[in-house]
Design a binder for this molecule. Structure first.
Ligand SMILES: *[C@@H]1O[C@H](CO)[C@@H](O)[C@H](O)[C@H]1NC(C)=O
Ligand SMILES: *[C@@H]1O[C@H](CO)[C@@H](O)[C@H](O)[C@H]1NC(C)=O
Ligand SMILES: *[C@@H]1O[C@H](CO)[C@@H](O)[C@H](O)[C@H]1NC(C)=O
Ligand SMILES: *[C@@H]1O[C@H](CO)[C@@H](O)[C@H](O)[C@H]1NC(C)=O
Ligand SMILES: *[C@@H]1O[C@H](CO)[C@@H](O)[C@H](O)[C@H]1NC(C)=O
Ligand SMILES: *[C@@H]1O[C@H](CO)[C@@H](O)[C@H](O)[C@H]1NC(C)=O
Ligand SMILES: *[C@@H]1O[C@H](CO)[C@@H](O)[C@H](O)[C@H]1NC(C)=O
Length: 407
């Protein structure tokens, strides 16, 4: 969740004599909203532009495609395994939008008892008025309205502001389900409001309890994302320095790393470091693998460092909850892998610069849900439904895959 929004520049169009290869064999079961991507078509280009022209924030348009053709059929099949993800009739619908305010940012969390999805504003961007002067707000929509927009009986889903109090959740960025409640990671505000984890009651009056706001008396940098391990029940969370990189938090006082919290003892320990900016975090459905995104290339208000990570790392989770065997799982060409989640089969999804990328458990890219704009985060809402936060755009996808069980 870095907080800068990637402005995807109009793309480069390069022509070449190569044509698409093997469409026909699979075309008969191709859903109306899907297209097959033949990666051989762009393996060799006539001219490959330098990094000042083709980089993380550039839309890659290869011979034979346009931005319009890529968004017209937004389910991009990179591998046959993606058919099982999308099913015979997937859909992608824009259900709400804002002119410039990035109000659809992260912490996408499904609340089954009311079939609502919560999400938050971007905590540190001038366009949202957030940062030092104003905390980002929590909002929600109803899935029934999302479905009505998809069916064409409603123009847009109603975005309702959720007013938390006693204490107010300050600058939430990440959110996760926990025993019928939602836990938010708040980034803090200025030097005196410490970054904290808050538990929120997802129903009126949306009362909250602060779960953790320090590491042995020292402030966290700006807590970003969090998840409960389904096997051992501990809460794992990332702490990069995006609050500082967006000018609303002081110089970081701790290493940018991943921590773990034991609900019964209150013990907090570091579980993994060696990240530039650890960001999204999730587990496989059996809790035996961890995935952390490192968005080191995106330095908030301080530009980009294109030789830093835009990567998803995988770890094995030991029986005792510690991590080992760090592995580079994926490196993303389009902006950053921000939010990361798994489905019920253990496939890995991450919100990137052009949509949600989907990998199989080996890290093979099998497809994309192509929004054509930054998909900061997303979450399954149970079986076959997904909400995607695209900063100024909120999307609703229907597909065959389901989310991993809630903790
Ligand atoms: C990335 O490419 C865009 C054009 O697509 C250019 O405007 C921008 O300056 C480039 N960024 C860097 C860091 O060179
Ligand atoms: C906070 O508000 C003051 C007064 O309106 C304004 O001058 C200042 O630029 C704002 N700061 C930020 C970081 O938005
Ligand atoms: C939050 O407060 C605003 C302003 O007081 C109000 O308009 C809105 O209805 C409240 N939201 C909820 C969910 O109660
Ligand atoms: C909200 O308030 C109710 C009633 O006082 C209490 O039982 C519950 O624990 C509170 N929830 C949180 C998250 O603070
Ligand atoms: C949390 O602490 C309790 C008490 O020491 C222990 O029984 C439990 O196993 C711990 N949780 C994990 C995941 O280690
Ligand atoms: C960019 O990132 C690389 C790799 O993380 C690092 O070695 C280098 O010092 C960084 N460059 C700048 C200008 O910060
Ligand atoms: C994922 O892809 C790899 C490489 O093609 C393959 O070996 C593996 O069987 C695939 N995994 C699944 C679950 O299909």
């Amino acid at each position: 969740m870095p907080s800068t929004i990637a402005v995807l520049a109009a793309g480069i169009i390069i022509s070449t004599a190569l044509g698409p290869a093997s469409w026909s064999a699979l075309a008969q079961k191709l859903p109306a909203a899907a297209q097959i991507i033949d990666q051989k078509v762009f393996n060799v280009l006539d001219f490959v532009p330098p990094p000042t022209e083709a980089n993380d924030s550039t839309v890659f348009l290869w011979p034979g495609v346009t931005q319009q053709s890529l968004t017209a059929k937004p389910f991009h099949i990179y591998d046959d395994e993606f058919y099982d993800v999308i099913g015979p009739n997937p859909s992608l619908t824009l259900i709400a939008s804002s002119d410039t305010d990035p109000i659809f940012h992260e912490a996408v969390t499904w609340y089954p008892p009311r079939d609502e999805v919560f999400f938050v504003q971007n905590a540190g961007v001038p366009a949202a008025g957030t940062g030092l002067n104003k905390s980002s707000i929590i909002q929600k929509i109803s899935l029934a309205e999302a479905e009505a927009v998809r069916k064409g009986t409603l123009a847009a889903a109603t975005v309702t502001v959720v007013n938390t109090s006693n204490p107010q959740v300050i600058n939430p960025n990440g959110g996760t389900n926990y025993k019928g409640q939602i836990i938010f990671a708040g980034e803090g505000q200025g030097p005196d409001v410490a970054s904290a984890l808050y538990v929120m009651n997802p129903q009126e009056p949306y009362n909250t309890t602060t779960l953790l706001n320090n590491y042995f008396g020292r402030q966290f940098n700006s807590l970003n994302d969090l998840v409960v391990n389904p096997r051992n029940g501990d809460l794992y969370f990332t702490d990069p320095s995006y609050g500082y990189l967006q000018d609303f938090r002081p110089l970081p006082g701790l290493r940018n790393q991943v921590y773990r919290y034991n609900f019964s003892t209150g013990a907090v320990t570091a579980v993994a470091d060696d990240f530039t900016l650890p960001n999204g975090i999730t587990f496989s459905p059996d809790g035996q693998r961890a995935y952390v995104t490192d968005t080191g290339i995106a330095l908030g208000f301080y530009g980009r460092n294109l030789s830093s990570p835009a990567s998803v790392y995988q770890f094995d989770v030991n029986e005792d909850g510690t991590w080992q065997n760090r592995k580079t799982f994926a490196y993303v060409p389009s902006f950053i892998p921000d939010g990361v989640h798994t489905d019920s089969e253990g496939r890995v999804y991450s919100g990137c610069g052009d949509g949600v990328h989907v990998w199989n458990t080996s890290g093979k890219l099998i497809g994309k849900i192509y929004t054509g704009t930054t998909a900061a985060n997303f979450q399954f809402a149970g079986k076959g439904r997904m909400i995607i936060t695209g900063q100024t755009k909120l999307f609703y996808a229907t597909l065959a895959a389901s989310g991993a069980a809630l903790t």
